[in-house]
Design a protein around this ligand. Structure first.
Ligand SMILES: *Cc1c(COP(=O)(O)O)cnc(C)c1O
Length: 374
């Protein structure tokens, strides 16, 4: 590169690229499914649900409008409602808490640990006589320490629900994200590791009764005969999205491999910097198999680093608009969570998606080292 050449832009996520890289296959799907007029609750949705269940090891998967609905309907299907409290880690998308809120239950935010995931001890300390459940978020493609959380849940008689919107394919020991508790939610938002061309989500469950209730809740309370069995919502995964997601699920193991390779590359490039705290390397061992939906670091002088990267065309993201859920005044939380609040002054997501290669990661890393004068 000559000294006057501008570094190439590296967007945080490449939305048009995800379409253009598969344009022919995708337009083929539109023609095949669209030509049959098969848009709502058709064969492609059932096929995707079966394949998704098989991939995750859950007995059932139910396609819904998005992961927020997946969480909300899962909590409702299990009877969570007014008077109940549900514990969640405040370092998560606001959607996690909104799903609890809209059941009528009270979302109770707690601290995360050094791994940026729900701290089981903090969860135990937040239990009251009203606590019914813990909704654990497997953030950034990494599962929370489920063994410790299961022990807390068993001790206090709590149900576990999983926000696995970022964690399809992640495992703790030999069990996949979304298959530990009563139910787990997945998101197919375009930037998620398995993304569609619009909104989409699914609930995983192995409980036949919860499964039946979810099928009715997502379709106006109707059963398979069309009889209305109770109040319901309209939240069905589009049949076209399901067809696209089936095609992408077939390639998903390659996506996971690529994400882990890029994460390993960031580790080789950046692990010497004292100014950064990196997530565990893919091969760090232990009980966790991570899919690296995000590469979330803690960075000294985060805002200045972000500006320096932006100036050379590298996109980064500060998680959740810069605040944990409980820090948004409009939501009315009274809790203070000092560890999480300090963390939010340092968190930064570096670009990591399958359309990048090792050279992109090398360029971003070199710019970071340069910023810190290394
Ligand atoms: C994306 C996301 C959601 C919401 O998913 P939608 O499908 O957009 O509703 C919920 N929780 C977490 C952790 C997420 O990353």
């Amino acid at each position: 590169m000559t000294s006057c050449a501008r570094p190439r832009a590296i967007p945080f996520f490449d939305y048009p690229g995800t379409f253009l890289a598969e344009e022919e296959q995708l337009t083929g799907i539109f023609r095949r499914v669209g030509g049959r007029g098969a848009f709502i609750l058709q064969a492609e949705l059932r096929e995707f649900e079966e394949r998704l269940a098989a991939f995750t090891g859950a007995r059932f998967a139910v396609g819904v409008g998005n992961a927020t609905d997946a969480l909300h309907l899962a909590l409702r299907a299990a009877g969570i409602g007014p008077g109940d409290e549900v514990i969640f880690a405040s370092h998560t998308m606001v959607a996690t808490a909104a799903a609890i809120h809209f059941t009528g239950a009270r979302p109770v935010p707690v601290e995360c640990g050094a791994d940026h995931l729900l701290d089981a001890r903090a969860a135990a300390a937040a239990v009251t006589a009203r606590t019914r459940a813990v909704l654990v978020t497997h953030l950034n493609g990494r599962m929370a320490a489920m063994t410790a959380l299961e022990a807390v849940a068993a001790r206090h008689g709590l149900q576990i629900f999983e926000d696995a919107a970022q964690a399809l394919g992640a495992r703790h020991r030999d069990r996949g994200a979304g298959t530990w508790g009563v139910a787990g939610a997945l998101s197919f938002y375009p930037a998620k590791s398995l993304g569609g061309l619009g909104d989409g989500g699914a609930v995983l469950t192995s409980d036949p009764e919860i499964h039946e209730r979810l099928l009715a809740l997502r379709d106006h309370g109707r059963d398979a005969t069309g009889a209305v069995t109770g109040w319901g919502f309209n939240s069905r995964l589009d049949n076209l999205q399901a067809a696209i997601l089936t095609a992408r699920l077939a390639r998903y193991p390659d996506v996971i491999r690529r994400r882990r390779e890029l994460a390993a590359c960031y580790h080789r490039e950046l692990s010497g910097l004292a100014e950064l705290v990196l997530p565990p390397a893919p091969e760090a061992g232990g009980a966790s198999f991570d899919v690296f939906q995000n590469f979330e670091v803690e960075a000294r002088d985060r805002d200045a680093l972000r500006a320096a990267l932006a100036a050379r065309g590298t996109g980064t993201l500060v998680p959740w608009g810069g605040k944990a859920v409980h820090q948004w005044p409009a939501l009315g939380f009274a809790e203070r969570l000092p560890y999480t609040e300090r963390l939010f002054e340092r968190l930064l997501l570096l670009p990591l998606h399958p359309l990048l290669d090792e050279e992109h990661v090398g360029e971003v890393s070199a710019a970071i080292r340069e910023f810190y004068g290394k």
